[in-house]
Design a protein around this ligand. Structure first.
Ligand SMILES: Nc1nc2c(ncn2[C@@H]2O[C@H](COP(=O)(O)OP(=O)(O)OP(=O)(O)O)[C@@H](O)[C@H]2O)c(=O)[nH]1
Length: 321
C-alpha cells in the first residue's frame, strides 16, 4: 500500500466526521465518522453545498463559522444539534434520531481548491455528554426531596432579580415560610413521615403557583417564593391563599392524617436592597413575627416585625458584639 493510500485509510477510520469545506460552503471531501453513529457516512454530500443538505438558517450559521475560521485563521468551536425538525438530508434507510448533539471544531487549512480557500470541520458526537451535563445541572439546582429549587439556585435567581430591579426592572416580592411545630412531627411520627409532610406542603403550594414563579427550599422546613412584578399587597394575598389552602389540606400518609400549618413572612424589594441579604432578612423578620403572633398566619414586613425581632435579640443567652 502506498503512503498516500495508507494516510487515506487512517483518516477514514477516525471516529469523528471530518469535512473539508470551501469558503463558499461546498463539501470538498468527507472522512471518518464511525463513532458518530448517525448511520450515514456523509460521503454523498461531496460536491453539494451546505444549503443543499440542511435547513437554510443552520447552513447560514455554519457558513459564517467557516468563513470566520478562514478569514481570521482562528479555530472556531461550536456546540450544535440536529433533531427531528432540523436535520441534514438523510437517505431513506437511515432512521432520523430524535436529537443528536455535536461539537464542531473548524480550522483554516493552508490549501486552495478550485480557487477557494478551505476549512476543516471536525464533528464529534457529544449527545451522551450533553445529556450527562443536563443531568448534573439539574442535580445541582434541584432539591432532591421536593423537586423544587435548592437554596443555591434559588439564591442565584433572587440575586439576579435584585440586580435587574436595580437596573430598572419592575419590583418583585418575596415570601418566606416555615412549617409550624414541625419538630414534633419528626419527634412523634418519625423522620420519614416528616419528609412526607415536607413533600405534601410543597405539592399543595406548587399546585397553586404559576410555573414561572421561582419556588425554593432554602432550609430544612423553610421555603421561599419569588413573585415577579408583584407588590407586597399582592404577595400577601397570594401567601394567605396558599396558607388557607394548606390549612384545609391535611397530609395523608399511610398511617396518619396530619394537620399542617405554616407561618409566612412577606416583603417587597426596595431601592436600598443592593444584595439579597436585607431582602431575605426582612421576609425572615416578618415570618418570625407570624410565629410570635401565634403561627398559622402571614405577616407583611413592617416596623412591628423589626420590633419583635429586636426584642428576640435582647434575650440574655447571647449578645451582639
Ligand atoms: N423529616 C425531616 N426533618 C427535617 C428536615 N430538615 C430539617 N428537619 C427538622 O425540622 C425541625 C425544625 O424544627 P424547629 O426549627 O425547632 O422548628 P419547629 O418545630 O418547626 O417550630 P416552629 O418553627 O417554631 O414552629 C427539626 O426537627 C429538624 O430536624 C428534613 O429534610 N426532613
Amino acid at each position: 500500500m502506498g503512503l498516500l493510500d495508507r494516510y487515506y485509510a487512517v483518516i477514514d477510520t477516525l471516529p469523528d466526521h471530518m469535512f473539508l469545506f470551501s469558503e463558499s460552503g461546498r463539501y470538498l471531501d468527507v472522512y471518518g465518522g464511525d463513532e458518530n453513529k448517525t448511520g450515514f457516512d456523509c460521503k454523498p454530500f461531496i460536491g453539494k453545498y451546505l444549503h443543499d443538505v440542511m435547513p437554510h438558517h443552520l447552513a447560514d450559521d455554519f457558513l459564517s463559522l467557516i468563513r470566520t475560521a478562514i478569514h481570521l485563521q482562528e479555530t472556531q468551536i461550536i456546540k450544535y444539534k440536529f433533531d427531528e425538525d432540523e436535520m441534514i438530508e438523510l437517505p431513506n434507510h437511515v432512521m432520523v434520531p430524535k436529537e443528536i448533539w455535536f461539537e464542531g471544531t473548524i480550522k483554516h487549512l493552508p490549501i486552495i481548491e478550485q480557487g477557494e480557500r478551505v476549512a476543516l470541520w471536525i464533528a464529534k458526537n457529544i449527545t451522551r455528554q450533553h445529556y450527562l451535563e443536563l443531568e448534573l445541572k439539574t442535580l445541582s439546582e434541584i432539591d432532591e426531596l421536593t423537586g423544587i429549587l435548592n437554596r443555591r439556585s434559588f439564591s442565584s435567581i433572587l440575586k439576579t432579580h435584585v440586580q435587574d430591579y436595580q437596573h430598572g426592572a419592575k419590583p418583585f416580592s418575596l415570601i418566606l415560610y416555615d412549617i409550624d411545630l414541625f419538630k414534633r412531627v419528626n419527634d412523634t411520627l418519625g423522620h420519614a413521615t416528616g419528609d412526607e409532610v415536607i413533600q405534601h406542603v410543597v405539592d399543595v403550594f406548587r399546585s397553586e403557583l404559576d410555573p414561572e414563579v421561582s419556588f425554593g427550599r432554602i432550609g430544612g422546613e423553610e421555603f421561599a417564593i419569588l413573585l415577579p412584578e408583584k407588590d407586597i399587597h399582592d404577595a400577601h394575598e397570594l401567601a394567605e391563599k396558599l396558607r388557607q389552602r394548606l390549612e384545609k389540606s391535611p397530609c395523608e400518609t399511610e398511617f396518619y392524617e396530619i394537620e399542617i400549618t405554616v407561618s409566612m413572612g412577606v416583603t417587597q424589594v426596595n431601592k436600598d436592597d443592593q444584595d439579597t441579604l436585607a431582602l431575605i432578612s426582612r421576609a425572615d423578620k416578618a415570618m418570625y413575627q407570624a410565629k410570635k403572633e401565634g403561627r398559622n398566619r402571614t405577616c407583611k414586613y413592617s416596623n412591628s416585625s423589626e420590633r419583635e425581632y429586636t426584642q428576640f435579640n435582647q434575650c440574655n443567652w447571647f449578645k451582639k458584639k
